[in-house]
Design a protein around this ligand. Structure first.
Ligand code: DLL
Length: 437
């Protein structure tokens, strides 16, 4: 098959449509030197491989990777800032960092070659979602240590789009520029995209009638109901993209225009799903924790990085013709899971019930507190219209029943007035945990 700009395969068609046996062979061919590079140049890997009794030579088949130890976020922190770099510091021409909630940030680094790979994967990500050369890409991901802004920036330039490097915040100005510059693509977190939609409506600007067609969203969990809400209010097709700083940033996996799971770019990453308790690899299709190994990273090779993200893999064929397996929408992280009176629940499950509920705005915040020995969940949301206190209490009661019957979790619902909850300009903070206060 030939690659044409029309079908979105203009970046790396030979890899995106590779037959799976050839793709697996390529992975093995890349994994061997990657393990050798990590073992030879990073003290942490030398020690952890030695402790597990494996050397890079023990990898004969891809399945042998299961014998190698995992690496976790605290290993990055323990080696702060540059202890896991596998190349001399002078070859690291870019660093990014993610702040995390406790302690030191995790620092990640890129060689010139890594940046080139990343830009290519971001171009591929954008093309998969329907972005085309010449499109105006309004980039509202934060620029700076966060990988979102610069990741999308270089990818859009690589695809030969016109990038508007907005970053987050200053929402009214953003809306003016989206309209004036004729942006066809909005790159942002889904929560910020919703904020943009809301502010545009308040300003009387009809973004659904503008040139905007595609949303390239990610960096936080979001539900299908949120997707439908954003599609409708912005008049776009919102696509999900996934990634994390430790692996590369955005550009690890992306939905194609069929929007049925995110193709993981398997020529650069190897994906496993493991049982979070036993850490045993799970068969295709089962839900568990996503573990990623980088196949081509030079500065910061990651061998079996435990992402904490909960998802499933599928190798069912996709209508787009890409052969790379798909990651199902990431519902949440291990560490975001709340256990309310024995019921496991992720914030995105509450979101799925709340968004689109009649009379309720798609804004919410969850608070976890302790009542006696039990965990207590409070859902704060807003009424769509400025209703009086009795009406809001009634609405809250209805929503509470709905959450109980659909997810099985008992919670308190507080219905605030429109505009009372904080709005996101980047990653939304959905859960406040005050149990240890
Ligand atoms: O959020 C990279 C990124 C930027 C991805 C822009 C997509 C778009 P970190 O700040 O290191 O990197 O956060 C990574 O965010 O482990 C997930 O828990 C979460 N996450 C990222 N994308 C998604 C998504 C960037 N599409 C962490 N759905 C990851 C759900 C996501 N969660």
């Amino acid at each position: 098959m030939t690659a044409t700009a029309a079908d979105g395969f203009m970046v790396a068609p030979e890899f995106e449509r590779m037959e799976r046996p050839a793709l697996r062979a390529l992975q093995l061919e890349r994994l061997r030197p990657l393990l050798a590079h990590a073992y030879a140049n990073v003290t942490h890997y030398r020690k952890s491989f030695d402790a597990a009794g494996v050397t890079p030579d023990d990898l004969r088949h891809l399945e042998d990777l299961a014998r190698f130890p995992f690496i976790v976020k605290s290993d990055l922190r323990d080696n702060y800032p540059f202890g896991l770099f596998a190349v001399p510091r002078r070859q690291v021409i870019r660093v990014h960092a993610s702040s995390g909630t406790t302690g030191k940030p995790t620092v990640v680094g890129y060689t010139e070659g890594d940046l080139d790979t990343w830009a290519g994967l971001m171009a591929r990500t954008l093309a998969a979602t329907g972005v085309r050369p010449g499109d105006v890409v309004h980039n509202a991901y934060g620029y700076g240590l966060f990988t979102g802004g610069l990741g999308f920036h270089y990818g859009a330039e690589r695809l030969k789009c016109s990038v508007v490097p907005m970053s987050g915040g200053n929402t009214e100005k953003q809306i003016g520029l989206i309209v004036d510059f004729g942006a066809r693509v909005l790159a942002a977190t889904p929560s910020y995209a919703l904020n943009i939609a809301e502010v545009a409506e308040q300003m009387g600007v009809d973004l659904a009638g503008s040139e905007l067609r595609i949303g390239v969203f990610g960096a936080e969990p979001w539900s299908e109901t949120m997707r439908a809400e954003i599609d409708r209010r912005l008049g776009i097709a919102a696509c999900d993209t996934y990634g994390l700083s430790e692996i590369m940033g955005p550009g690890v996996a992306a939905e194609c225009e069929h929007r049925c799971g995110l193709h993981g770019w398997e020529d650069h990453f190897l994906f496993e799903v493991v049982d979070p308790d036993t850490l045993e690899p799970l068969p295709m299709g089962e839900q568990g924790e996503l573990v990623i190994t980088t196949l081509t990273k030079q500065a910061l090779p990651m061998v079996r990085y435990r992402t904490r993200d909960i998802t499933r893999l599928t190798d069912e064929p996709c209508a787009c013709g890409r052969t790379h397996l798909r990651i199902r929408r990431v519902t949440g992280r291990n560490d975001d899971m709340m256990i309310i009176r024995g019921v496991n629940v992720y914030p995105s499950q509450i979101e799925a019930v709340l968004v689109g509920f009649p009379g309720v705005a798609p804004q919410y915040q969850l608070t976890l507190s302790r009542q006696g020995t039990l965990d207590h969940l409070t859902v704060e949301t807003e009424s769509l219209a400025p209703a009086n206190e009795d009406d809001r209490a009634h609405l809250a009661q209805q929503l509470r029943h709905h959450i109980k019957s659909l997810i099985g979790v008992t919670c308190e619902v507080i219905m605030r007035l429109p505009g009372e909850l904080p709005r996101s300009t980047g990653k939304a903070v959905r859960v406040r945990d005050v149990r240890n206060r």
